[in-house]
Design a protein around this ligand. Structure first.
Ligand code: SF4
Length: 367
């Protein structure tokens, strides 16, 4: 058609100040990192460390733990000592836990000034302690806990209100010469969150943490987050992300890594390319795709595996796949790089794909 060929490329990132969250650089062109929060009681050190191990295996870069009580604060040293990921302490209401978290060796502290009483009076001490320990502070502004004065001024948690709140809170730290800040302005509405982050990106140089808060159950929440993060990250805005889902933290991390892979901001892992099905369908494609996905879960090679519901268009539609299957008449044609190499009965399809994947990658069979 004579259309220009535009090669895909990773977005040009916004220039932001670089901070370090433990050994993970954030901002200043560093890779976009994926975060999640544990759902265990933080004081239950073993359970919390088990969950941190799970999210680490799923590709998480930074983990946040809630610190609502003294027991939780007391557990921080043991968690920090054994966590393979930098630990961010999430503090609401109780500024004294900020100091406990810094003393415990946490890699960063998240505070929500909107719900810490007389926060202005405590900033100097927090800035001093954080500065001495080289611990960055994440300022989190949520629509639900916006300063009442700003709520009254703007009439609602508008993007402008969220940004004004965040910048005012940054200024409190700046007055004490502290700039190792990261900002998150969150809203449950993706487009409000997008507008707020665009405004914030233009108004300051701090790294930004992206989140659509209370995004909902897994399916809805992943879509809302993908839409918002996709827009912002494609514009180069955003330095860390968290997909907030009413689902286990591992699912949040998987959703976050998929979003980054889709944008070319993280190397692609194994990918299942499966057809949606149509009137030519000759197999239960939904079931087969799920079985293939389960069989390849954790496969340590970025293969593209196609699962196609008929032999008419299968290999052709999946030409860019490394290997795949086209189904029909109770059989599966197994193809490698577009060439049919074997035909097997339907019940052998999944195992055969794994065999061919191991052959292609020269990996040993699993124990
Ligand atoms: Fe339809 Fe076959 Fe294409 Fe699947 S591969 S969408 S069944 S034509």
């Amino acid at each position: 058609l004579g259309l220009p060929i535009i090669p895909p490329k990773a977005p040009q990132r916004r220039a932001s100040r670089r901070i370090r969250v433990g050994d993970v650089p954030v901002g200043g062109g560093s890779p976009v990192s994926v975060q999640t929060m544990t759902t265990t009681t933080t004081a239950d050190v073993d359970a919390t460390l088990r969950q941190i191990a799970e999210v680490t295996a799923a590709g998480c870069d930074i983990v946040r733990v809630a610190v609502p009580s003294r027991d939780d604060a007391d557990a921080l040293p043991a968690i920090v000592a054994k966590s393979p990921l930098p630990v961010v302490a999430d503090i609401h209401f109780q500024p004294r836990y900020v100091f406990a978290a810094i003393d415990a060796g946490c890699a960063a502290v998240r505070v929500n000034p909107g719900n810490i009483k007389r926060f202005d009076d405590r900033v100097a001490d927090i800035a001093k302690a954080a500065s001495a320990a080289k611990v960055p502070i994440r300022i989190g502004v949520n629509a639900g806990s916006l300063d009442p004065r700003l709520l009254a001024k703007h009439g609602a948690a508008t993007p402008e209100a969220l940004v004004e709140s965040a910048l005012w809170e940054c200024s409190l730290f700046e007055e004490h010469g502290f700039q190792d800040l990261k900002i998150a302005v969150k809203h449950h509405d993706p487009m409000t969150m997008v507008t707020a982050n665009r405004l914030l990106a233009a108004a300051c140089h701090y790294p930004l943490h992206l989140g659509v808060t209370e995004a909902g159950p897994a399916f809805q929440g992943a879509i809302k987050s993908a839409v918002a993060f996709g827009i912002l990250l494609a514009e180069g805005i955003g330095d860390t992300i968290r997909v907030s889902l009413s689902a286990p933290p591992v699912e949040q991390v998987k959703a976050g890594t998929h979003i980054l892979q889709s944008l070319g901001l993280r190397p692609r892992q194994l990918e299942i390319v499966s057809c949606p099905g149509c009137g030519r369908l000759q197999v239960d494609i939904h079931k087969l795709a799920a079985q293939v996905q389960a069989a390849f879960d954790g496969f340590p090679h970025p293969l593209r595996v196609a699962v196609m519901g008929c032999v008419v268009n299968g290999p052709g539609e999946a030409r860019e796949a490394d290997l795949g299957v086209s189904c029909g008449n109770g059989k599966g044609q197994i193809f490698v790089h577009g060439e049919v190499v074997r035909t097997v009965p339907e019940h052998r399809v999944v195992d055969t794909l794994v065999e061919e994947a191991l052959r292609l990658t020269e990996l040993p069979p699993p124990e």
